[in-house]
Design a protein around this ligand. Structure first.
Ligand code: NOJ
Length: 548
């Protein structure tokens, strides 16, 4: 059972991201679902995570993997029923696992009742004021109201056909046309979302991951973007991280605080400046926010140290714990990123499909996991990273579902490569993901036969065994989780820090083994240490009894 008196659980939690469509299929239709997840709760408990975050499971036409919500109070039939979701919450709690669900406040689906009403109403009707409807520019209003681009490619505006059959107003969608942006300065919108929060909190969810948390407000003047980047938040940007956005969340925090046990938020906010990100975490606002700088960073000690330091500083200033993450359903899996010469996430998109040294990537991914779990704060695991899965970059074009593929005119393959269904057991696809005679919704590589959960459970040196051991130590060791770190002065190419009481974490980024400092015990290492006195390249060790 979960301990509902533990009000600080989220300051140190390790949370496992369940991308439901690809986790495990309970009804044999080739798509993962709630029933499948219910059956694997013991797997997650045994792995040793504290909680799970489930990607959107609401009713959806599935234009963007469920991030296009048609009804926030119901489950999509593809995933199950509301009763299944309620049963999952009870069972997860029985296994000691808390549950966060994904909330999508920036936009609805175009099939949402609000948008359908807006479409069937005339321009100027109050139902249109919940979204960004605008007349077009140019003669006849034939041009979009401004030059904003959709994150998935193409214009961020789509023109509607009015009731009289004529081409009419345009509406804003920062993502796909099936994801119209809500107008958060209309009081009806925040009021509705507070009710949605309560709907799920009443059913026992322990928190929410907030999709596009930094995008809710737009500059009402809708100025052209010109040369500014369309995906990165920069000061004064007309739609990312507007100054007034963080304060919107005080109302959400108040809703969460109405519940006696700690219900929490984690913001998905792609903001480069950690001090701007920390504004979302000021007292009375959100509890946590993903630190994407760490995820984007290349495998280089100097840069990583810089990111870690500046992130810790910015979070300490507002009293919030840092949330570390290496992968998620939107980025190239880190085994693949780290297996190339250029290891940053930005390069990973540019180098899509280029050769990868998977052995190197896996060694670094193991080292990165121990580094991450030793840092102060909480951490997220993206499903499959505990199995060491890499990005699947050779999916056949006809199988690609990410809207970015079509919207980019088939130039960006999108994010399907990190969303391939998990391999559970056996030696052939579908590897226990779905019924043996069913094709999973995305094809799995044959090479995954050595990476199944079944194969790894019996191997003490597997990635799964490393994750399990790390999480087990993390639960027990008083130095790990929330708190502070002190850097140890060591040679270049090595990151070394100490957490009190008495745990030292060292990662060797160089090409030669380095001597380990004196210590009494190696608590865990991401790879073999041979003589126990040398730390090989791309390896992390956790030591106890080491003098600084
Ligand atoms: C972020 C989500 O993680 C991503 O998958 C989605 O496409 C966009 N937000 C739009 O909702």
């Amino acid at each position: 059972m979960i301990d509902s008196t533990d009000h600080g659980w989220w300051r140190r939690a390790v949370i496992y991201q369940v991308y439901l469509r690809s986790f495990v299929d309970g009804d044999g239709d080739g798509v993962g679902d709630i029933d499948g997840l219910r059956g694997r709760l013991p797997y997650l408990r045994d792995l040793g995570v504290d909680a799970i975050w489930i990607n959107p499971w609401y009713r959806t036409p599935m234009v963007d993997g469920g991030y296009d919500v048609a009804d926030y109070r119901d489950i999509d039939p593809l995933f199950g029923t509301l009763a299944d979701a309620e049963a999952l919450l009870v069972e997860a709690h029985e296994h000691g696992l808390r549950v966060l669900v994904d909330l999508v406040p920036n936009h609805t689906s175009d099939r949402h009742a609000w948008f359908q009403t807006a479409l069937s109403s005339a321009p100027g009707d109050p139902s249109r004021a919940r979204y960004w409807f605008r007349p077009g520019a140019g003669p006849g209003g034939d041009l979009p109201p401004n030059d904003w681009r959709s994150v998935f490619g193409g214009p961020a505006w789509t023109r509607v056909t009015e009731r009289d059959g004529r081409a009419g107003e345009w509406y804003l969608h920062l993502f796909a046309p099936g994801q119209p942006d809500l107008k958060w300065d209309n009081p009806e919108v925040p009021a509705e979302f507070e009710l949605i929060l309560r709907f799920w909190l009443d059913r026992g969810v322990d928190g929410f991951r907030i999709d596009v948390a930094h995008g809710l407000l737009k500059d009402p003047a809708l100025p052209d973007l010109g040369e500014r980047p369309s995906t990165v938040a920069t000061a004064g940007h007309p739609y990312w991280d507007r100054d007034e956005v963080p304060a919107l969340y005080t109302a959400w925090r108040r809703v969460a605080e109405d519940y006696a046990d700690a219900r929490v938020f984690v913001a998905e906010a792609w903001i480069d400046d950690p001090h701007r990100l920390a504004r979302y975490l000021e007292p009375g606002r959100l509890h946590t926010a993903f630190n994407f700088d760490f995820l984007f960073c290349s495998w280089e000690p100097g840069r990583l140290r810089e990111v870690i330091e500046r992130t810790l500083r910015a979070h300490q200033a507002v009293g919030a714990p840092v949330t570390w993450v290496l992968s998620n359903h939107d980025v190239v899996r880190h085994v693949t990123r780290y297996g190339r010469c250029e290891t940053s996430m930005r390069e990973a998109r540019r180098q899509y499909g280029a050769p990868v040294d998977l052995e190197l990537g896996t060694r670094r991914a193991r080292a990165a996991a121990l580094l991450m779990f030793a840092l102060p704060g909480g951490a997220y695991i993206y499903q499959g990273e505990e199995l060491g899965l890499g990005e699947v970059e050779d999916l056949p074009e006809h199988s690609l579902r990410d809207p970015a593929w079509e919207r980019s005119g088939h130039t960006a393959r999108g994010r399907d490569g990190c969303r391939v269904p998990l391999p559970w057991s056996g030696t052939e696809a579908p590897f226990g993901f779905t019924a043996a005679d069913t094709a999973p919704w995305l094809p799995q590589p044959a090479a995954w036969k050595s990476l199944t959960a079944e194969a790894q459970a019996g191997d003490p040196y597997s990635m799964w065994a490393l994750y399990r051991a790390a999480l087990c130590i993390r639960r027990e060791h008083p130095a790990l989780g929330d708190g502070e770190l002190a850097w140890d002065e060591v040679v270049d190419d090595v990151l070394s820090f100490t957490r009190q009481p008495g745990l030292r974490c060292l990662t060797n980024f160089g090409v030669d083994p380095i001597p380990l400092p004196d210590h009494t015990e190696v608590l865990l290492a991401s790879g073999p240490l041979h003589t126990r006195r040398l730390l090989p390249p791309d390896t992390t060790a956790w030591l106890s009894g080491s003098q600084r």
